[in-house]
Design a protein around this ligand. Structure first.
Ligand code: 0A1
Ligand code: ZN
Length: 848
């Protein structure tokens, strides 16, 4: 098939490369890379294929003998050495190539960012550095020499020598090329140390540009917390004497787990109270943990091929989510994770880009760093943990590390450790990895003579290329409450394996109220006829914090759906919110999560799922109207909360004060619909931290106000691009829809807007894509503008252009006028000559 890679075509690499030695003579326009590969053939008669793209070959030799063009084949994908010219035993292959890091705008391979050299090799970036088997199952020991006048020269592993203009590094752990990293620049370290529980002292450094050193302390603390947690929760220790983190300004993703030398997008390292929000702090801690945890789940045990990406990513996300739950407020974290899963992964699963956590084909692997691989991959690990219980899960993980350390593995290997430790057959469970789509559970119930029966049926709608969906193995956590609110059956995990099953609970004194899918025990959609009164009851009484929130969310969503169809608001909802505002016992962060209304995209998805055609303008109007109704009805109580829960004293990003600030802002969002923005303007004027400053500004912008505050903010922060990203994001995402496209155009054409930097591009265009009614404007102006920007970015940075194209994944939900505009925009992109493989694959799938 044309340009398609298939899982079923996997073949082991026929050569072993025990060690590789690299020398980099750094130069912005003409860097020389000399590579020496020690090769042992494993399969007689095999050609040796080395990937290499955009490399100028200077020389090539085998066991010291120079090769000439007739000895090899060179094309735009790489170099092939025919078997006939290769020795039968071990040999040494040497290459020299030239590359141009300063011209590398794709930010893949070796590139420059603000005068510093850095690398990004996952998934297939190493082929832009030198000729090499650029696949994760080829693991070798790397020795690296860097020659440059820059003061700081870093690579993986341990430093083994340095002098004026050079440094050498040696990584004792064999690794695939995607974990290679090099950094060179004028950098400053914030340093610390960590002693592992077996007594190894590890030096920790966070490297940043001069001037940013004062924003590294939080990240350094987060790293030490992660190291401790992995020892305690998984028994995993760090395995080198040095752990370096480098912050770079131009980066396509969040961060990268290169062995001993993590490279981070600077927005996920740098934090100070004045410049970072509570959410930024939480994210920084989670991503530091995520990359650190990869040292075992990803680096020591890696993936056999890129189809197995969720082996490392799903597990590592599960690990970082568990870490955050342990170090912050667990119940609230689960709520945030599920809200994000639904917003991104359920949306993906319901549209043209749906794919299984382990896909079986791709054109461009970079397009599969998705919510399904990461977040659904984590849910699948969480289901294994709840099916086996904490001890069973830990036993399986211990076996995984014992059995597979140093290997490149598959999902089959992973499932086998769970089968071997539990004695259970998980072949049906494996469908979670190999099939796309979100199962729907339909629940009916009966109560008679003290016996309560739940009848559960499951179906999964077809997804692109997958019509037949057999039943899945689903853990369904259930509790039962008595009518007076006591828990009569504590959480029990039911296992669904059939299309239809029933479960009986006996000896009950009265008909219970069920609390289903506690803790969101499986990534499914629950469909059960329920009344607003029952949801309000659960919101008040459920012992499971997730389900309390879920009940409130369901009430809010149903009210908003009804209002978007022109019906009135539900009184049960309005009253339940009143009780919640007054409930001083409940955690403030939890109350904040309950007070935030579902977003416009979530309402649109819910309407579409029940067969309606969502109208973005009606949805927006309904949401604003409901906020106003809440403010009118509960104004006095809201004002009391707002006035009484201000956080004073020195700033701390901990969950306690962050939750109080979140509650205050959630309350302010409601009050702002009624007070003309007076309180938000006052908060903006007096705020001493970014959480409140940008929180207040967001609310003003959403009201179509805040021009003065926007100008003041820009005047204060114009020299700080990461802070200005928040300013751009606010305007892209929240400017009222009629003005949004024009605002984005104005900001995007301003001279200071460096759209080639992915953070800048994402803040403005990603913000705009989240402006539901603005992006989906009925005249198609939103789609057209967005397509223009994707086409502008694609020739320079295909990866980011392709990722951002997912804004179009929901176009089939809307009316035929909007659909026609979206199709026109996608067709215009598809018809553009020279489109990257990344974006071409995405628009093909989006339009399909
Ligand atoms: N493995 C990293 C994510 C990552 C993936 C691809 C990249 O470039 C294309 C960069 C980073 C992680 O999970 O954090
Ligand atoms: Zn990861």
């Amino acid at each position: 098939m044309d340009g398609v890679t298939l899982l079923s075509d996997y073949k082991p690499y026929p050569f072993e490369i025990a060690s590789v030695s690299l020398t980099f003579r750094l130069d912005p326009a003409a860097t020389r890379v000399l590579a020496t590969l020690d090769v042992t053939p494993r399969q007689p008669g095999a050609d040796m294929v080395l990937q290499g793209e955009d490399l100028t070959l200077i020389s090539l030799s085998l066991d010291g003998r120079a090769l000439v063009p007739g000895d090899y084949l060179l094309d735009e994908t790489g170099l092939t050495l025919p078997a006939a010219g290769l020795p039968a035993g071990p040999f040494r292959l040497q290459t020299e190539v030239e590359i141009a890091p300063a011209a590398n705008t794709a930010l893949e391979g070796l590139y420059m960012s603000n005068g510093m050299y850095c690398t990004q090799c996952e998934a297939e970036g190493f082929r832009h550095i030198t000729f090499y088997p650029d696949r994760p199952d080829v693991m070798s020991r790397f020795h690296v020499r860097i020659e440059s006048d820059l003061p700081v020269l870093l690579s993986n592993g341990n430093p083994v020598g340095q002098g004026p203009g050079w440094a050498e590094w040696d990584d004792p752990w064999p690794k695939p090329a995607y974990l290679f990293a090099l950094v060179a620049g004028d950098l400053r370290a914030t340093s610390g140390s960590f002693t592992t529980r077996s007594g190894r002292k590890v030096d920790l450094n966070i490297w940043v540009r001069p001037g940013d050193e004062d924003r590294c302390d939080f990240a350094l603390g987060a790293l030490a917390r992660s190291m401790t947690w992995d020892e305690e929760a998984y028994g995993r220790e760090y395995d080198l004497d040095l752990f370096n983190i480098v912050a770079v300004d131009d980066f396509n993703m969040g961060a990268m787990e290169n062995k001993g030398l993590n490279i981070f997008n600077s927005k996920l390292v740098l934090a100070s109270p004045e410049t970072a929000t509570d959410t930024d702090y939480e994210r920084i801690e989670a991503v530091i943990a995520h990359e650190y945890f990869h040292n075992w789940t990803g680096n020591r045990i890696t993936c056999r091929d890129w189809f197995q990406l969720c082996l490392k990513e799903g597990l590592t996300v599960y690990r970082d989510q568990s870490f955050t739950r342990d170090v912050r407020l667990g119940g609230l974290k689960r709520i945030e994770d599920v809200a994000a899963l639904r917003a991104r992964q359920f949306r993906e699963d319901a549209g043209p880009l749906a794919h299984p956590p382990r896909p079986d084909r791709y054109k461009e692997i970079n397009n599969f760093y998705t919510a399904t691989v990461y977040e659904k991959g984590a849910e699948v690990v969480g289901m294994l943990a709840s099916l086996l219980g904490p001890e069973g899960y830990r036993a399986a993980l211990d076996l995984y590390f014992d059995r597979h350390d140093g290997q490149a593995c598959t999902i089959e290997d992973w499932i086998k450790v769970f089968e071997d430790t539990s004695g259970r057959d998980l072949s049906q469970f494996k469908l979670w990895y190999t099939q796309a789509g979100t199962p729907k559970l339909t629940v009916t119930e009966a109560y008679e003579n003290g016996t309560y029966t739940l009848e559960v049926s499951q179906t999964t709608p077809p997804t692109p290329g997958e019509e037949v969906k057999p039943p899945r193995h689903i853990p369904l956590a259930v509790g039962l409450l008595s009518p007076n609110g006591d828990e009569v059956v504590p959480t029990t995990v039911l296992e669904l394996t059939e299309a239809r099953q029933s479960f009986r609970f006996e000896g009950l004194a009265a008909r219970p109220v069920p609390s289903l899918l506690r803790g969101f025990s499986a990534p499914v959609i629950l469909d059960r006829a329920t009344t607003p009164a029952e949801q309000a009851f659960l919101l008040a009484h459920d012992t499971d914090p997730f389900n309390r929130w879920e009940a409130g969310r369901t009430l809010a969503r149903q009210t908003l759906m009804a209002m978007a169809r022109g019906e009135g608001a539900q009184l049960d909802y309005l009253d339940a919110v009143g009780r919640l505002i007054a409930d001083e016992e409940a955690d403030p962060g939890f109350r904040a999560a309950c007070l935030r209304l579902p977003g416009e995209d979530e309402i649109a998805a819910a309407l579409f799922a029940r067969g309606d055609t969502p109208d973005p303008d009606a949805i927006r109007a309904a949401r604003r109207k409901l906020m106003k109704m809440l403010a009118t009805r509960h104004g006095a109580a809201l004002t009391r909360v707002y006035d009484s829960c201000a956080v004073t004293g020195p700033y701390s990003p901990d969950a306690g004060p962050a939750g109080r600030r979140a509650l205050r802002l959630a309350v302010l969002a409601l009050l702002t619909t009624e007070d003309g923005g007076a309180r938000a303007a006052a908060l903006f004027a007096e705020a001493t931290n970014m959480t409140e400053s940008i929180g207040a500004l967001n609310l003003l912008v959403a009201e179509g106000k805040g021009q003065g505050q926007l100008a003041a903010f820009a005047a204060r922060w114009s020299k700080d691009p990461l802070v200005m990203d928040k300013w751009r994001m606010a305007q892209g995402a929240l400017t009222p829809p009629e003005d949004a496209a024009e605002t984005v155009t104005r900001l995007g054409t301003a001279p200071e807007f460096d759209w080639k930097n992915p953070n800048r591009f994402r803040s403005l265009l990603g913000g705009f894509a989240a402006n539901h009614a603005g992006f989906h404007r009925v005249d198609g102006a939103g789609y057209a503008l967005y397509a223009d920007w994707l086409l502008r970015l694609d020739p320079l940075n295909p990866q980011t252009a392709a990722r951002m194209s997912t804004a179009f994944e929901t176009w089939r939900r809307y009316d035929t006028t909007r659909q026609a505009h979206a199709k026109t925009a996608l067709a215009r992109i598809a018809a553009t000559p020279g489109l990257s493989r990344d974006l071409a694959e995405m628009v093909g799938r989006l339009a399909g």
